[in-house]
Design a binder for this molecule. Structure first.
Ligand code: AMP
Length: 611
């Protein structure tokens, strides 16, 4: 008999950070049904050892066997009670069991594995003990930061993030000095293992974070390779937002009698993230975006677009109307990306324009709005995108722009996420003006409450205002109005722009859209058959449609694992058994050698330059 322990949790009432929240009971009509755990083929959760039972629920972090130092760190972070996934994972991981968790970001899954693993790290060991594999460098940096923060009371514990594109030598010297927890992308971790700069013999725990993303990005073979290098006595933890068959196979093959936890975050998203769509012609998208931002921007906003080029177009258009905007795409160097995320986090900028890959796993609590400027590639990408808001129990909004021709995607999406997405009108002048006035009111209220930092400045301003009042014989109200006018400046307070295009798409607009689409297809076809641009060489790689390779797999693998920047990768053409990839001329020998070794979707690229 399989004695797997399964935890199937509803997160509908999950409310991290608030006390008194409880996990919903199974028969609560307001909640979604329970998801089946990974790899489960039975229809009902009968026999489940569920923790979704009020009596057995721990509503504090005590009782899991955590040290006082860790409990203090948790309290300092302001966490009041463990989230459902944490309640289920802590006891299992503290016991050293393997675990499969189906959960999205935003459910507290990082702490779910980081806290117990920190406690299980032995002090004064020279070799690394915990390895976390993540699909992207952003997530690697984020998870490493989370480990460091959670290990504040464990000063001996050393954490290192290793990922492609970052300096190899400094990683090697950190590894030599001794590291306890390594968080990295598969390719760079493989490189360190192969070069013997990472010794696996002391690893007693491996975490695969966002395993489905690693699969999507073509890293699953690399992950298996790493798994093969581990000592046989080890604890394996696998987290994935979805459970495609490949991930189920991986988990069956490598995990030993794992505890299974399924967190249904769809219901959390449904209740906390308001999802809407706007039908919009391509030609009006930028104007619609500006209107949406004017009408509802409040805190942080992420705008998702499909390509790097569009990140620039959108950012420039928004900057031109006075917004401070950051960009996250594959071309932006790592250090600058980190700076941009920090600026967003601290409120120095409110708007981030990003591509999917660059913004994966991004965790910034003040994001209250996600705009899908371009429709995402699939349902998973949509769920990941909107998961950037509604973090840690906060509410959020998501708006999807769809052209009349993309409506079918909307229908498919609604079916896949099993909930309707509301239609929204493009904000008209009236709603923009309402929003402008309310923002002004908020600013005035804040200014009235805070005053100036230096008392003597306030006195000087007070004297000045009295003088002006006396000179013009003005009362207080008139003076206040004059001051407000001064603050607003000469630009009109009210929007009066053309509103005729806001209504449903016209015949003409539809015709233009169709023309744009046709032109796009023609251009794409022309481009595909053309020879590489002057500064590029064309390479052949031995992976193609039959291996189900997608351009993203190749870009992800090449960019993430060799440190080549995304923008250096040119055209990609996929044929049945092979693909062409355009890469910059004169590529350094060592980079080319890195590429030769790469495996994508279980195939060695065997990259060769075309004559
Ligand atoms: P994650 O799902 O790991 O991406 O975490 C999402 C966010 O929840 C992060 O900002 C964490 O700091 C926060 N978080 C994790 N656990 C808790 C908790 N028990 N209470 C409050 N916030 C939490």
């Amino acid at each position: 008999m399989n004695n797997n322990k399964r935890h199937e949790l509803l997160s509908c009432e999950e409310n991290m950070g608030t006390s008194g929240a409880s996990i919903a009971k199974e028969n609560d009509a307001s909640c979604d049904s329970i998801d089946k755990p990974a790899g489960d083929s039975s229809e009902s959760p009968a026999g489940t050892d569920s923790v979704a039972d009020e009596g057995s629920i721990q509503n504090s972090f005590e009782g899991f066997g955590f040290s006082d130092a860790l409990l203090k760190t948790i309290a300092d972070k302001g966490y009041k009670e463990p989230s459902p996934i944490q309640k289920a994972a802590f006891p299992e991981l503290m016991l050293g069991r393997d675990l499969v968790g189906q959960a999205q970001t935003g459910t507290g899954k990082t702490a779910a594995f980081a806290l117990p693993l920190i406690e299980r790290v032995l002090p004064n060991e020279k070799l690394p003990q915990v390895l976390v594999l993540t699909p992207t460098r952003e997530l690697a940096v984020q998870v490493a930061e989370a480990f460091r923060a959670y290990a504040a009371g464990h000063p001996h514990l050393k954490v290192l993030a290793v990922y492609g594109g970052a300096d190899f030598r400094s990683q090697i010297s950190s590894l030599k000095r001794g590291v306890d927890v390594i968080v990295g992308t598969p390719g760079r971790v493989m490189d360190h293992i192969r070069q013997k700069t990472l010794n696996c013999t002391g690893l007693h725990c491996l975490v695969l974070d966002e395993a489905d993303e690693m699969l999507r990005m073509g890293f699953i073979d690399d992950v298996e390779w790493v798994l093969e290098q581990l000592p046989t006595e080890r604890q394996l933890v696998l987290f994935s937002a979805t459970m495609p068959s490949e991930i189920r196979r991986l988990s069956k093959r490598y995990l030993n009698d794992p505890a299974e936890i399924t967190i249904k975050s769809r219901s959390q998203e449904a209740s906390l993230i308001r999802q809407r769509f706007i039908i919009i012609q391509h030609s009006h998208k930028l104007n619609a975006l500006k209107r949406v931002l004017e009408a509802i921007i409040d805190d942080g906003v992420i705008i998702f677009v499909r390509t790097k080029a569009i990140t620039l177009i959108v950012a420039e258009a928004l900057e031109a109307v006075g917004h401070d905007v950051g960009i996250l795409n594959g071309d932006v160097p790592q250090t600058q990306r980190e700076r941009t995320v920090e600026r967003l986090r601290s409120g120095k900028i409110n708007i981030l324009v990003a591509t999917d890959v660059a913004a994966r796993g991004l965790d910034v609590e003040r994001i209250t709005l996600v705009i899908n400027y371009d429709v995402p590639f699939d349902r998973e990408a949509y769920v990941h995108r909107i998961g950037r808001t509604g973090r840690a129990g906060r509410s959020g909004e998501a708006i999807l722009f769809v052209s009349p021709r993309e409506r079918h995607f909307l229908n498919t999406l609604e079916r896949a996420i099993k909930q309707p997405i509301e239609q929204m009108e493009i904000p008209n002048n009236e709603s923009i003006n309402k929003s402008r006035l309310s923002k002004l009111q908020k600013k005035l209220l804040a200014a009235a409450k805070t005053g100036r930092e230096h008392e003597e400045e306030t006195e000087l301003l007070d004297a000045l205002i009295k003088e002006v009042g006396k000179e013009l014989s003005l009362d207080q109200d008139k003076l206040a109005l004059a001051a407000l006018n001064l603050a607003i400046g000469s630009a009109p307070l009210l929007a009066t722009g053309d509103e005729t295009w806001l209504k449903q798409p016209t015949q003409r607009g539809r015709r233009n859209d169709r023309r744009e689409d046709r032109l796009g297809t023609r251009r794409r076809n022309e481009r595909d058959s053309a020879s590489p641009e002057n500064h590029m060489d064309r390479f052949r790689v031995e992976v193609g449609h039959r291996d189900r390779v997608k351009p993203g797999n190749l870009v992800g693998a090449i960019a993430n694992e060799t440190g080549l920047q995304g923008r250096m990768i040119g055209r990609i053409q996929i044929f049945d058994r092979y693909s062409f990839v355009d890469l910059p001329k004169g590529m350094p020998e060592n980079v080319f050698n890195d590429l030769k070794k790469l495996r994508v979707l279980n195939r060695e690229l065997q990259i060769q330059k075309l004559k």
